[in-house]
Design a protein. Structure first.
Length: 199
């Protein structure tokens, strides 16, 4: 029995923090897990910048409402879900991800939670588990699934390498060169073709 585990940002939708950085004019917020492998460090740094600028959840959600899936992402996901079980495994947060799930046809999303004060300030975050993407695929394997995984960032490598088949999708040259053993793809039809080989 197979299940496909897909990253969300950079694979199916644009990077939320990059979109917010452009809209807010805070260019430093373009830093993502493609640049910083330590997610905890990255998030604490982001929250510090938000606090410094007096920005909270409401401002970010307003930008998320304008984000659309990447061209071809929904058609790819629809076709894939017609072939096998699919789960989105992301280090984003339910408060960010749920509006995007509507635009993708409500796939299952496994992610984290933000801690938000009554005034909308994001005060912290709660990760589901440590090393969540790797831990998720190992948990799925423990209940009888063969996992196939795709992602674009450092934090996807654990689930990609722990799966029976794994792919980098639209990743950076740096990540691709550091992981020459992982097939790197750029188009949804290529990714679908490769996934089908393992179903």
């Amino acid at each position: 029995m197979n299940i496909v585990c897909l990253d969300l940002e950079g694979v199916l939708v644009p990077e939320i923090w990059v979109a917010f950085a452009k809209a807010s004019g805070i260019s430093s917020l373009t830093r993502t897990t493609r640049d910083e492998p330590d997610y905890d460090k990255l998030m604490r740094w982001r929250l510090g910048i938000l606090k410094e600028h007096g920005l909270g959840l409401q401002e970010i959600q307003a930008i998320i409402e304008r984000i659309e899936p990447l061209d071809g992402a929904k058609a790819f996901l629809d076709e894939l879900r017609g072939l096998t079980q699919v789960v989105i495994v992301s280090d984003t947060f339910t408060q960010f991800g749920l509006p995007l799930m509507k635009k993708l046809g409500y796939p299952t999303l496994l992610c984290n939670e933000l801690e938000v004060a009554q005034n909308g300030e994001i005060t912290g975050f709660q990760m589901r588990v440590d090393n969540s993407k790797y831990t998720t695929v190992k948990a799925l394997q423990s209940i009888g699934y063969d996992t196939i995984a795709a992602g674009d960032s450092y934090n996807d490598l654990g689930m990609i390498k722990a799966s029976k088949a794994g792919f980098l999708f639209r990743s950076t040259d740096k990540i691709k060169s550091e992981n020459p053993d992982v097939p790197a793809l750029e188009e949804y039809d290529e990714l679908l073709t490769e996934i089908k080989k393992y179903l």
